[in-house]
Design a protein around this ligand. Structure first.
Ligand code: SF4
Length: 695
C-alpha cells in the first residue's frame, strides 16, 4: 500500500445501514471503492455484515441526483443552486405570510448526521418559526422512547452492546436481530454458544435467532403486552421480585400492582396462545438470571414487532416495568435495549428533530429552555408542540399544512397507508424533497435537491448504544450534489438567516453549548475511532451505563407505569382473513433505494416476496415462486410467494424493501397508530391472499 501512497485513500467512516453503528476504513482510489476494512470500532470490533462490507457501489450510480431540479408542468428541469434556493425562499416566505409559520413542516432524515438533524430543526424553529419538525423515529422507535421516558427517564438503551454480551439472559421481543442488526446479533450468538448465555426469542416468525434460542415463544400478533404483564404479575405475586431494589429506587408499586389484576397466566394463555406453564417457566428463568449476587442480569432487546402496534408505547413500558420489578437496571449486563433501526434514528431525535423537544430532549414547553435558545438564535421559540410526521400528513390533507421540506426519507413508501400519503403530497402547495436519488416521493415535489450520501460527508452518527461516532468524507460530492448540512445552510441563508458554518464541527460546537446532554462533545474527543456515549459531561466523561445511581427523574427514582392493554384494531375477519407482518431483510436497507442499486446485492435478492407457510400454501394452492396478490382494506400488491415454515400458518410476512413502488408493503398498511406517539401500527394489518400463477 505504501508504494501507492497518494493514489489510495483510507478514510474512517460509520455504516449507514443500521443502528449498530459499525465503523470501518473505506479504501478508495478516485471514486472507486476498493475495500471496506473494519478498524477497532467500539460497536463492531473487526466485524461487518454484508451491507457494511459490500453495499456501497450505489454512490457511483448513474441514477444519482447531481443537480437541483425544479418542476416545470409535468416534468422537471435542471436548475442552479441559487435558482432552486431562491424559489424555496420565495415560496416559503409567501406561504408563511399568507398562512402563518405552522403552515410549513420539516422532516429530518435518520440517515443524515446529528449536525444535519440539528440544522433541520433550527431551520424550522429559528428561520420559519414553527415546531412542525420530526424525523423517521416516528415510524419506528418513538413508542420505545415513550416507554422508557415513562419509567426510567432517558429515551435510549440503558447500556452498551458489551452489556448485552455480559448478560446472563437475553430476551428479544419482536426483533429479527440477525437480519436487522446483524453484527449485534453475532455478538449475542457468540455469547450464547461460547459462554452459555441464556437466549429467549419471542416473535411471530421462527427466524435464525429463534432457531438458535433456548426458548422460542410465538404469541398471537399484537399480544406481547399481555404475556409481559402476566409474567411480571406472577413474579410479584410469588414474592420473587427484587424487593430491596423496588423499595430503594422505584415509585408506584401499589398502583402498578393493582393495574395487573386481570393479567393472570391463564388470561395470558387465552389471549396470547402461549401456554401458562411456559410463561411460568419464563418467569423463573428471568428471576434466576436476576440474582443480584452474580454478575450480569437480564437484557431485553426489542424492535418494531413491539413498537409498530396501537399499544407500542404501552408494551415498551411493560418491558421496562418487568426489568424494574426484577431489579435489572443500573449494573453491567442488564437493562432495556430498544434496537434503533436506521444508523442515526437515535441521533435525529437527540439533536432536536422532534415537534415537542429541542436538542437533548429539552422541552419546548419549558420557559427557561425557550429563553436559552431564543437568546442563542435571536428568535422566539414557540411553546406549543408542533405537528409530527403522522399529523403533518393529516394537516396536508385537510389543507392546513401548505408546504413540506422532506430531507432524506422515502416517505411515500415508508409511511403507512402509502396511497393516503400520496394524496397528502399531492395536496401540498409546495413540496421540497432533498435526497440522493430521484425517489418515488420526489415525483410529487416542486423542487428536488441533490444530497450527498454518508461516504461524501463529515459529521457524527449516534448508534443504538447512544454512542456518538465521527465519520469522514471518503469521496467528494458527485456532480453538484452537496452534503445535507450545506444544503440546509443555503436554504436558511436564502431566507435571510446568515448562518456561517464552515464545517460540521461548528454545528456540533453550537449544539453542545446549548445542550447539557452533549456538553462535553467535541470533535477532538471523537478523533479516529474514539467515541462518546451520552450523557457527556463538560469534562468529556461519558456514560456507557445509565442509572447506576439515579434514574432520570427529579427524585432519582424510577416509576412503574400502570398497565393498559390496547388490542389490535384490524384483526382478521371473513374478508381479510390473514395477519400481515412486515420488516427488514439482511441484504437490503429500508425501502431499498440504495441497496437495489448495488448490483451484487440486487443479484442476491432482486425483489421483495411474501412468506407463506407450507400448510397455507397447500390449502390455497400457492406454489413456491408463484405470483400472489395481497389485498387489504387500504390497497393491493403483487409479489412472488416464498413457501417457508418461518411464518406461522395464519401469518404472512413481507419485507419492507420492494424494487417496484407499486408493490411496496405500505400500500397495504392502514392509518391506525400507537395512541401515545402516532407511530403507525404497521404490524396491525389484515389481508386476503389471491393466487395469480407463475407468469
Ligand atoms: Fe454493522 Fe448494521 Fe452496517 Fe451491518 S448494517 S455493517 S450490522 S452497522
Amino acid at each position: 500500500a505504501a508504494a501507492r501512497e497518494g493514489f489510495i485513500r483510507k478514510t474512517k467512516t460509520v455504516c449507514t445501514y443500521c443502528g449498530v453503528g459499525c465503523s470501518f476504513d473505506v479504501w478508495t482510489r478516485d471514486r472507486h471503492i476498493l475495500k471496506v476494512e473494519p478498524g477497532p470500532g467500539p460497536a463492531n470490533g473487526v466485524s461487518t455484515c454484508v451491507k457494511g462490507k459490500f453495499a456501497w457501489d450505489y454512490v457511483n450510480s448513474g441514477e444519482r441526483l447531481t443537480t437541483p431540479l425544479i418542476r416545470d408542468g409535468e416534468r422537471f428541469r435542471e436548475a442552479t443552486w441559487d435558482e432552486a434556493t431562491a424559489l424555496i425562499a420565495r415560496r416559503f416566505t409567501d406561504l408563511r405570510a399568507a398562512h402563518g409559520p405552522d403552515a410549513l413542516g420539516f422532516i429530518a432524515s435518520s440517515k443524515c448526521t446529528n449536525e444535519e438533524a440539528y440544522l433541520v430543526q433550527k431551520l424550522a424553529r429559528q428561520v420559519i418559526g414553527t415546531n412542525n419538525v420530526d424525523n423517521c423515529s416516528r415510524y419506528c422507535q418513538s413508542p420505545a422512547t415513550m416507554g422508557l421516558w415513562r419509567t426510567v427517564g432517558y429515551g435510549g438503551d440503558s447500556g452498551t452492546i458489551h452489556d448485552i454480551e455480559l448478560a446472563r439472559l437475553v430476551i428479544t421481543v419482536g426483533s429479527n436481530a440477525a437480519e436487522s442488526h446483524p453484527v449485534l446479533a453475532t455478538r449475542v450468538k457468540r455469547a450464547h454458544k461460547r459462554r452459555g448465555q441464556g437466549l429467549v426469542v419471542v416473535d411471530l416468525r421462527e427466524h435464525e435467532l429463534a432457531r438458535r434460542a433456548d426458548v422460542f415463544l410465538r404469541p398471537r400478533a399484537g399480544t406481547d403486552f399481555v404475556w409481559l404483564s402476566a409474567v411480571t404479575k406472577y413474579i410479584l405475586d410469588a414474592g420473587l421480585a427484587a424487593h430491596d431494589f423496588l423499595q430503594d429506587r422505584v415509585n408506584g408499586l401499589d398502583e402498578y400492582r393493582a393495574s395487573l389484576t386481570a393479567f393472570t397466566l391463564e388470561y395470558a394463555e387465552a389471549v396470547t396462545g402461549l401456554r401458562a406453564p411456559d410463561l411460568r417457566a419464563l418467569a423463573h428463568r428471568i428471576v434466576d438470571a436476576s440474582d443480584g449476587r452474580a454478575p450480569g442480569g437480564v437484557c431485553i432487546l426489542w424492535a418494531m414487532g413491539v413498537t409498530q402496534q396501537v399499544g407500542g408505547s404501552e408494551t415498551s413500558a411493560a418491558i421496562s416495568n418487568l426489568l424494574l420489578v426484577t431489579g435489572n437496571y443500573g449494573r453491567p449486563g442488564m437493562g432495556a435495549y430498544p434496537l434503533r433501526g436506521h444508523n442515526n434514528v437515535q441521533g435525529a431525535s437527540d439533536f432536536g428533530a422532534m415537534p415537542d423537544r429541542l436538542p437533548g430532549y429539552q422541552q419546548v414547553s419549558d420557559p427557561d429552555v425557550r429563553a436559552k435558545f431564543s437568546v442563542a438564535w435571536d428568535c422566539e421559540i414557540r411553546p406549543e408542540a408542533g405537528l409530527n410526521n403522522t399529523t403533518m400528513v393529516a394537516a396536508a390533507l385537510d389543507g392546513t399544512l401548505k408546504a413540506l421540506y422532506l430531507s432524506g426519507e422515502e416517505m411515500g413508501l415508508t409511511d403507512a397507508n402509502a396511497d393516503h400519503v400520496a394524496r397528502a403530497h399531492e395536496a401540498l402547495e409546495f413540496f421540497v424533497v432533498q435526497d440522493v436519488f430521484f425517489t418515488h416521493t420526489a415525483r410529487y415535489a416542486d423542487v428536488v435537491l441533490p444530497a450527498s450520501p454518508s461516504l461524501e460527508k463529515d459529521g457524527t452518527f449516534t448508534n443504538t448504544e447512544r454512542r456518538i461516532q465521527r465519520l469522514h468524507a471518503a469521496l467528494p460530492p458527485l456532480g453538484d450534489s452537496l452534503p445535507d448540512w450545506m444544503i440546509l445552510q443555503r436554504v436558511a441563508n436564502a431566507l435571510g438567516a446568515g448562518w456561517t458554518y464552515t464545517h460540521p464541527a461548528d454545528i456540533m460546537h453550537e449544539a453542545a453549548s446549548l445542550t447539557p446532554l452533549f456538553a462535553g462533545v467535541t470533535y477532538d474527543r471523537l478523533d479516529g475511532y474514539r467515541s462518546l456515549v451520552w450523557p457527556v459531561n463538560a469534562d468529556g466523561t461519558d456514560t456507557p451505563l445509565l442509572y447506576t445511581e439515579r434514574f432520570n427523574f427529579p427524585d432519582g427514582r424510577a416509576r412503574l407505569y400502570p398497565a393498559q392493554y390496547l388490542p389490535r384494531v384490524e384483526a382478521p375477519d371473513a374478508q381479510y382473513d390473514l395477519h400481515l407482518n412486515s420488516g427488514r431483510m439482511l441484504e437490503h436497507f429500508h425501502e431499498g433505494n440504495m441497496t437495489f442499486r448495488v448490483p451484487g446485492i440486487a443479484a442476491q435478492v432482486p425483489d421483495a416476496f411474501v412468506e407463506v407457510h407450507p400448510d397455507l400454501a397447500r390449502e390455497r394452492g400457492v406454489e413456491d415462486g408463484a405470483y400472489v396478490r395481497l389485498v387489504s382494506r387500504h390497497g393491493a400488491v403483487r409479489l412472488r410467494a416464498l413457501v417457508t415454515d418461518r411464518v406461522a400458518p395464519g401469518e404472512l410476512y413481507v419485507p419492507m424493501n420492494a424494487r417496484r413502488a407499486e408493490d411496496a408493503v405500505n400500500r397495504l398498511t392502514g392509518a391506525q397508530a400507537d395512541a401515545a406517539t402516532c407511530t403507525p401500527a404497521y404490524k396491525d394489518t389484515a389481508v386476503r391472499l389471491e393466487v395469480l400463477g407463475t407468469a
